[in-house]
Design a protein around this ligand. Structure first.
Ligand code: C5P
Length: 407
C-alpha cells in the first residue's frame, strides 16, 4: 500500500549509491519516503558509506539486498554490476562526496559504485555533500561544472551548520527536497500529458505446433519509434508488441505477446485509451488447430494446413461501442495503388486516420526491417505525403499531428 498511488515515483526503480559522508543517515529516511510513494530502491553502499550506515539498516528499509564492495564478487554471479546499473530508471548518488565527484569526472572505476556509474545507460543525479571549503575548492567546482556538462543532474547542497562544526554551503539537501527533485524528474511533461495511447507493433507469431510458427518480416522499428515519440510528448504509452529483437523502451508499459488473439486481448485489457495506433503487421490467418506435439516429418507432402481468419485488432478498436479511443489510427502497407487502397481501408475498418506506407523498396532497401519509410497520412478530408523519411522522423511528425488534433 503506497502513500500516494498517483505519485510520479510509483512503479519507478531507483539505484541509490550511498557515499561516505556523515549525511548518509538522511538516505535511510529517503528510502522510506520514496518507497511509500511506490518506488523500488536498490542500494549500493560504498566502503565510505558503510562507515556511516550499515547494510542491515539499509536492507531493512529497502526490502532488497544491499550491494557493497565486500559482496560484489559473489554478486557478480547473481547480479552483475552492468545489470545492477541498468535495471533502474535513475541512479542517485547521495551523499556525493568530493572524491566520488572527482572519480566520476575521470571515469575511474575502482569499486562497485564507480563501476556501475561508468557502465550505466540511465540518467544519473548527484546530491553533493561535504565541508564548505571542500565544496568551494577550485578542483571540486571544476569537477561539478564538468559533471553538469556530462548531463549529470544535480540536487544542489544547501547552506547551514555542517557536521564538522563549520557553517556554510555543502549540507546534503533535506530529504523532502530530494523527494521533490525525484518527483519532478519523473513527472511527465509535454503536450500529450494525461493522454493514454495504445500502440501495437511488430509481427505476430501464429503457432503451427510447439516449435513452428507463421510469421512475417516486420521489425517493429516504426511502432517502437512512435511509442517513444509519444512518450516524449508526455503521453502514457501501452506498447503491445509482437516478438522483435528491439529492447523495451523506457518509461512505458510494454506488453509482450505472440499471436494476434493475444494482441487483441492485450489491447482490450489496456482500454480505456484516448488514442490507439495499430502499427503491427498482424498475421491475417492462424492455424485452425495448433498441434500440441511437434508434427513429425513425413514422406511426400505435408498435409495442407487449415487456416482460420484472425481478428482484426484495428477494426475491433475502431468499431468498439463503449470505450472507443477518440482517435484510432491504422497503417496500410501497400505496394501498389497506395493512396486508393489506403482510403478504402480507412472506410472499411472505421478508423480516423490511416498512414499509408509504400513498402516497395527505397533505393534498393526494403522498408520492412529498414530504417526509412515512405508514408502518406490520410484523414477523412486530407492527404499529406511525407516522402522518404527516417522512421524516427515519421514518428515525430505523427506525434505533432496528434498534438494538433487534441489542441
Ligand atoms: O488489412 P491490412 O492488414 O492491410 O490492415 C493494416 C492495418 O490493420 C494495420 O494498422 C494493422 O496493424 C491493422 N491490422 C490489425 N489486425 C489485423 C490485421 C491488420 O490490427 N488482423
Amino acid at each position: 500500500m503506497t502513500l500516494d498511488s498517483h505519485s510520479p515515483l510509483d512503479g519507478k526503480r531507483l539505484l541509490l549509491i550511498i557515499g561516505g559522508g556523515i549525511a548518509a543517515y538522511k538516505c535511510l529516511d529517503l528510502i522510506r519516503r520514496v518507497k511509500e510513494r511506490g518506488m523500488t530502491v536498490r542500494v549500493i553502499l560504498t566502503k565510505g558509506g558503510e562507515q556511516f550506515v550499515t547494510p542491515l539498516s539499509v536492507s531493512s528499509l529497502s526490502g532488497e539486498k544491499t550491494y557493497t564492495d565486500l559482496f560484489s564478487l559473489t554478486d557478480e554471479v547473481e547480479m552483475g554490476h552492468i545489470r545492477l546499473s541498468r535495471e533502474a530508471d535513475l541512479i542517485l548518488v547521495a551523499p556525493a562526496t568530493a572524491d566520488m565527484m572527482a572519480k566520476m569526472v575521470s571515469g575511474i572505476a575502482d569499486n562497485l559504485a564507480t563501476t556501475a556509474l561508468l557502465a550505466t545507460d540511465k540518467p544519473v543525479m548527484i546530491a553533493p555533500s561535504m565541508n564548505s571549503q571542500m565544496w568551494h575548492h577550485a578542483a571540486t567546482q571544476r569537477n561539478f561544472a564538468q559533471l553538469q556538462k556530462d548531463s549529470i543532474l544535480v540536487i544542489p547542497p544547501s547552506s547551514g551548520d555542517l557536521a564538522c562544526g563549520e557553517v556554510g554551503e555543502g549540507r546534503l539537501a533535506e530529504v523532502e527536497d530530494m523527494v521533490a527533485a525525484l518527483e519532478s524528474f519523473f513527472t511527465p511533461t509535454g503536450p500529450l500529458v494525461g493522454k493514454h495511447v495504445i500502440i501495437t507493433a511488430g509481427p505476430t507469431y501464429e503457432a503451427i505446433d510447439p516449435v513452428r510458427y507463421i510469421a512475417n518480416r516486420s521489425s517493429g522499428k516504426q511502432g517502437y519509434a512512435i511509442a517513444r515519440a509519444l512518450r516524449d510528448f508526455g503521453a502514457r504509452v501501452s506498447l503491445v508488441s509482437g516478438p522483435t529483437s528491439l529492447s523495451a523502451p523506457r518509461g512505458m508499459a510494454v506488453i509482450n505477446i505472440e499471436s494476434a488473439s493475444e494482441m487483441l486481448a492485450a489491447c482490450q485489457n489496456a482500454l480505456p485509451a484516448d488514442i490507439a495506433i495499430c502499427v503491427a503487421a498482424v498475421a491475417d490467418w492462424r492455424v485452425a488447430s495448433e498441434a500440441t506435439q511437434k508434427i513429425k516429418k513425413q514422406d511426400g507432402e505435408l498435409p495442407p494446413l487449415q487456416l482460420k481468419e484472425n481478428p482484426d485488432i484495428l477494426e475491433s478498436l475502431a468499431r468498439t461501442t463503449d470505450n472507443r479511443p477518440s482517435l484510432v489510427i491504422g497503417f496500410a502497407a501497400e505496394t501498389e495503388n497506395v493512396s486508393a487502397n489506403a482510403k478504402a481501408k480507412l472506410a472499411r475498418k472505421g478508423c480516423d486516420w490511416i498512414v499509408a506506407n509504400d513498402v516497395s523498396t527505397i533505393d534498393g532497401q526494403s522498408v520492412m526491417g529498414g530504417d526509412h519509410n515512405r508514408v502518406s497520412l490520410i484523414t477523412a478530408t486530407d492527404t499529406e505525403n511525407w516522402d522518404n523519411a527516417h522512421k524516427h522522423e515519421v514518428a515525430e511528425r505523427l506525434a505533432r499531428k496528434i498534438e494538433n488534433h487534441f489542441k
